[in-house]
Design a protein around this ligand. Structure first.
Ligand code: UDP
Length: 450
């Protein structure tokens, strides 16, 4: 059968504009691989910061957006929200320049079908309008985060400490769980939310989620939207190629996992952006050592504030953790989560980590740091009931207790069964006839109709 993107008339190209962070690049590159497998040619227009590695995707065309972000990064060091807001201001014209390059290089018969852009890269939709091209938004966080963010626009700071449930939301999310992002000023964050919500020029929205997982949130978005919504996750399970990594994977941990008993290891990772205070890491390490559970612990360089790596941990404590544990700087996370030895995942609750964990039936300890992580953690603990939440300052006794609850107690076993049930539902959703499978085909149909 003919592949969709090479249909009857002309070959078709889709231009992807990812946001420059690991948790945003990965799902966009997976989407590229999926669309490529359907016959579309793929161009990735990227910012020169956290750039993707073209060698992982020899079939894609990579174009750097001709804008130098180094000055912005210097000024807004770590204030990624403000950085993203500034990108929106400066990058529309440079992105248009990329299109001149695409036009110069492409075969005359080829048609550019549309731009698919990360929700943070809203300048892309303005560029698409100028080029008279349709644009599609890719929201890389979950659909419950999207509707929760909207609630932030009408609240006062005092509301944000409240334990009460937010009445507009279909799930038991408290005001204090709302996805306020502290990597920038509140004013700039709210401006970014307004940008993200502006769908005036968009033809559709894609989510890396599954219908069964967020049915009520997706239904609410559909009721309130004038365009189709495509929940097509988990994309890493559908794409044939790996997305690549910004840091080098230490694969030696897989050999260490091979020597551990099934479901015995707690995998610990805080993703690619979050960082922790030294005192919290020390409490965490004591709690882990005292729990006597095997631990595979990713400490990303620089993620303990003020330190290069793990040199802040006292030698005796390191020995206690190492007795049953293994440290790496970056792990092949998807393979780690799929390993039979891994029985739990202590995570900052980035959306990709959750999708990856649920796809392998691994229950979680949730330690959200900022933004959507708080909504995700609440869904894990109170909606899907496959997570235990640890919030606020860490204390070694509490850490030890929580680790044991997840890894050795009946309560953890029950959560593992529920997580395995979700894994089965994930498998069904991506099979022929499943919801993500069908949604993906509908998305391809829409792009072909442009
Ligand atoms: N990741 C990885 N190895 C690690 C830590 C993280 O491959 O040691 C990947 C993980 O699989 C996920 C991404 O980095 O795809 C992190 O995205 P997430 O949304 O979980 O968190 P973020 O980094 O955006 O906060």
């Amino acid at each position: 059968m003919e592949k969709s993107g090479q249909g009857c008339c002309s070959p078709r190209r889709v231009v992807l504009v990812p946001a420059p962070f690991q948790g945003h690049l990965n799902p966009m590159l997976y989407l590229g691989s999926i669309l490529h497998s359907k016959g579309f040619s793929i161009t990735v227009a990227y910012i020169n910061f956290n750039s993707p590695d073209p060698s992982n995707h020899p079939d894609f065309q990579f174009l750097q957006i001709p804008f130098d972000p180094s000055e912005l990064l210097q000024i807004y060091r770590g204030e990624y929200i403000t950085f993203m807001l500034m990108l929106s201001e400066y990058c529309e014209s440079p992105l248009l320049e990329c299109f001149s390059q695409i036009k110069e290089k492409r075969d005359d018969s080829e048609k550019i079908s549309c731009i698919i852009h990360d929700e943070f890269m809203s300048f892309s939709s303005a560029a698409a309008t100028r080029l008279k091209l349709p644009s599609i938004i890719f929201r890389t966080s979950c659909s419950t985060t999207f509707i929760s963010r909207h609630c932030l626009l009408h609240l006062t700071i005092e509301d944000l400490d409240s334990e009460e449930l937010v009445p507009e939301l279909p799930y038991p999310i408290r005001f204090k769980d709302l996805p306020l992002n502290t990597l920038g000023t509140l004013e700039n964050f709210l401006k970014l939310v307004v940008n993200i919500e502006n769908t005036r020029n968009s033809s559709a929205v894609i989510f890396n989620t599954m219908e069964f997982l967020e049915e009520s949130s997706l239904a609410k978005i559909r009721r309130e939207s004038h365009f189709p919504i495509f929940p097509i996750g988990p994309m890493h399970k559908i794409a044939s190629a790996s997305a690549g990594n910004l840091l080098e994977e230490d694969r030696s941990c897989l050999l260490w996992l091979n020597k551990q008993a099934d479901n015995s290891v707690l995998y610990v990772s805080m993703g690619s952006v979050a960082s922790m205070e030294e005192k919290d890491v020390t409490e965490m390490a004591w709690g882990l050592a005292n729990s006597k559970q095997p631990v595979l612990w990713v400490v990303r360089p620089g993620s303990i504030k003020g330190y290069e790596w793990i040199e802040s941990l006292p030698v005796g404590l390191m020995e206690a953790v190492r007795e049953r544990g293994y440290f790496v700087k970056w792990a092949p996370q998807k393979e780690v989560l799929a390993h039979p030895a891994v029985g739990g995942f202590w995570s900052h609750c980035g959306w990709n980590s959750i999708v990856e964990s649920l796809s392998e039936g691994v229950p979680m300890i949730c330690q959200p740091c900022f933004g959507d992580q708080k909504v995700n953690a609440r869904c894990l603990s109170h909606v899907w009931k496959v997570g235990l939440e640890l919030r606020g300052n860490l204390e070694r006794g509490e850490v030890e207790k929580t680790v044991k609850r997840l890894m050795v107690k009946d309560e953890g076993e029950e959560m593992r069964k529920r997580a395995m049930d979700l894994k089965r539902k994930v498998e069904i959703s991506i099979r022929e006839g499943g919801s993500s499978y069908s949604s993906m085909n509908e998305l391809v149909g829409l792009i072909m109709s442009f």
